[in-house]
Design a protein around this ligand. Structure first.
Ligand code: SF4
Ligand code: SF4
Length: 379
C-alpha cells in the first residue's frame, strides 16, 4: 500500500492523470540533456577558517595550503570557453582564504563568464568589493545555518555569525547579488521558518535549503545531528506549506534539494545536476574530478591538466563519456520516470552512501522502501 504525503495529496486521486503529467514533463526535460561543459567548479583552496560539523571535506593534511593560481585559471578558461563554458563556481574550502581571490575572480569576469562564489561570508571586505572589475555576472552564495549566533556558531565551530550577517549587509549595500544556503539538521530544523524570514530580511535573492548531509568528510561523524526520514518528511511538508502561505517568500527564490518525484506536479520545474555531462571540478593541483573534491575516492579523478589537456580529459576520459547522458541506475532510480532528466540527483551522495556509481539517490530509495514513493512517478 502506497502511503500518502500531505503536499502531494491532490495527485493521488487519479494516478493515470498524474502519471501522464510526468510523462509529458519528462519528454521535454529529457530532450534537453546534452553533453556540453557549461560549468567548472574551481576548488581554489581547501583551507577554511571554520570547521562546520557537516562539511563534506575533512582536514586533509596533504591538500592544505594549496592555492589555485591565476595562471591555472587562465589555462582552464582558454580550453573551457571553446567547449561551451558559461559559468564558473569558485568554492573550497573557504575561497576568501586564497589571497589571490580578487585576481582569480577578475580573470573570470574579464572573459564575460558568469561567476558564483560559495563562501561562509566571514572574510568579505569593502576593499575586495571595490577591486572587483564587474558586478553584473557575479553572484555570492553564503552559508547561513541559523537566525541566531548560538546555533550558527555551534555548527560552524567558530564565533562567526555576526561577521557573516555583516557581510550579507555589505553586499546588499553595494548592490552585489547574493543568495544564502542552509543545511538542515537537528540543531536548526525547529527554527526553519525563522531562518527563512531572516534570510529574506537580509536581502538575499535566493535561499537554498539542503535537506541531507552527505556521509563524507566531517559529515561522516555528524551522528545524532542528521535528520531521519520522518523528520525530513516533516520538513518538506513545512517547506511546501511555506511556499503556499508565506507572503514574504517569492516563488522561485526559495528552493531545496527535494528530488523531482516529490515535487507537486503543478510546480515541476527542477534543474537536475549536470554531473558527468555538463560540469567538472578542478582541484588546486590541476586534478580534474567528476565534480567534488576527491580525497576519499581517487577514482573520481579523471586526469590532471598538467599531464593531459582539459579538452582531452573532457572529450576522451571514461569519467565524461556519453554513457552518462542516460545512466543505468539501480534501485528506485532505475524504476523512476524522472530518471532520464533527474539522473539520480547527486551521484557523490549515492556513492558515499551505498558504495556504487549506479546506486540510487538515498532519500528516494529510503522513501521507496518505506512505501512513500509516489506511484505516478514509477515506470
Ligand atoms: S528516484 Fe532517482 S531518478 Fe527518480 S526522482 Fe528520485 S533521484 Fe531522481
Ligand atoms: S553529483 Fe552531487 S556533488 Fe556532484 S555536482 Fe552533482 S549534486 Fe554536486
Amino acid at each position: 500500500m502506497n502511503k500518502t504525503l500531505e503536499w502531494l495529496s491532490p495527485y493521488y486521486d487519479n494516478i493515470v492523470v498524474s502519471r501522464q503529467k510526468v510523462i509529458d514533463y519528462v519528454a521535454v526535460a529529457d530532450s534537453k540533456i546534452h553533453k556540453v561543459l557549461r560549468m567548472l567548479y574551481l576548488y581554489v583552496t581547501f583551507d577554511c577558517n571554520q570547521q562546520c560539523k557537516y562539511c563534506w571535506l575533512h582536514n586533509n593534511v596533504t591538500a592544505r595550503h594549496q592555492m589555485m593560481s591565476v595562471e591555472m585559471i587562465e589555462k582552464l578558461l582558454a580550453e573551457a570557453i571553446p567547449l561551451g563554458l558559461e559559468r564558473i563556481k569558485i568554492t573550497g574550502g573557504e575561497p576568501f582564504t586564497n589571497t589571490s581571490l580578487n585576481d582569480l575572480a577578475n580573470t573570470v569576469l574579464a572573459k564575460g563568464i558568469g561567476l558564483d562564489i560559495e563562501t561562509n561570508g566571514t572574510l568579505i571586505t569593502q576593499k575586495w568589493i571595490n577591486d572587483i572589475i564587474s558586478r553584473d555576472k557575479l553572484f555570492l552564495k553564503i552559508s547561513l545555518d541559523a537566525a541566531s549566533s548560538d546555533i550558527h556558531d555551534n555548527l560552524a565551530h567558530a564565533n562567526v555569525f555576526k561577521k557573516t550577517v555583516d557581510s550579507a549587509k555589505l553586499l546588499s549595500a553595494n548592490t552585489i547579488k547574493f543568495g544564502m544556503v542552509t543545511v538542515l539538521n537537528r540543531l536548526n530544523v525547529h527554527h526553519f521558518e525563522d531562518i527563512i524570514d531572516f534570510v529574506s530580511q537580509l536581502g538575499a535573492s535566493t535561499h537554498r535549503i539542503i535537506l541531507s548531509i552527505q556521509p563524507l568528510g566531517r559529515g561522516k561523524n555528524i551522528g545524532e545531528l542528521k535528520l531521519n526520514l520522518d523528520e525530513t518528511i516533516d520538513v518538506i511538508k513545512r517547506f511546501f506549506r511555506l511556499r503556499k502561505y508565506h507572503d514574504k517568500i517569492e516563488l522561485g527564490t526559495l528552493h531545496s534539494t527535494i528530488p523531482p518525484a516529490f515535487i507537486p506536479l503543478d510546480r515541476l520545474n527542477f534543474n537536475a545536476c549536470d554531473w558527468g555531462i555538463g560540469l567538472c571540478g578542478v582541484m588546486p593541483d590541476g586534478s580534474i574530478t567528476m565534480c567534488s573534491p576527491a580525497f576519499e575516492s581517487m577514482d573520481l579523478v579523471a586526469g590532471n591538466i598538467y599531464e593531459n589537456s582539459l579538452t582531452e580529459i573532457w572529450l576522451n576520459s571514461d569519467m565524461f563519456s556519453e554513457s552518462h547522458i542516460h545512466p543505468e541506475l539501480d534501485g528506485v532510480c532505475g524504476k523512476c520516470l524522472f530518471s532520464g532528466s533527474c539522473r539520480g540527483m547527486c551521484r557523490v551522495f549515492a556513492r558515499a552512501t551505498y558504495g556504487s556509481n549506479k546506486a540510487p539517490y538515498p532519500f528516494c530509495q529510503e522513501m521507496f522502501e518505506a512505501g512513500f514513493f509516489p506511484e505516478w512517478a514509477l515506470k
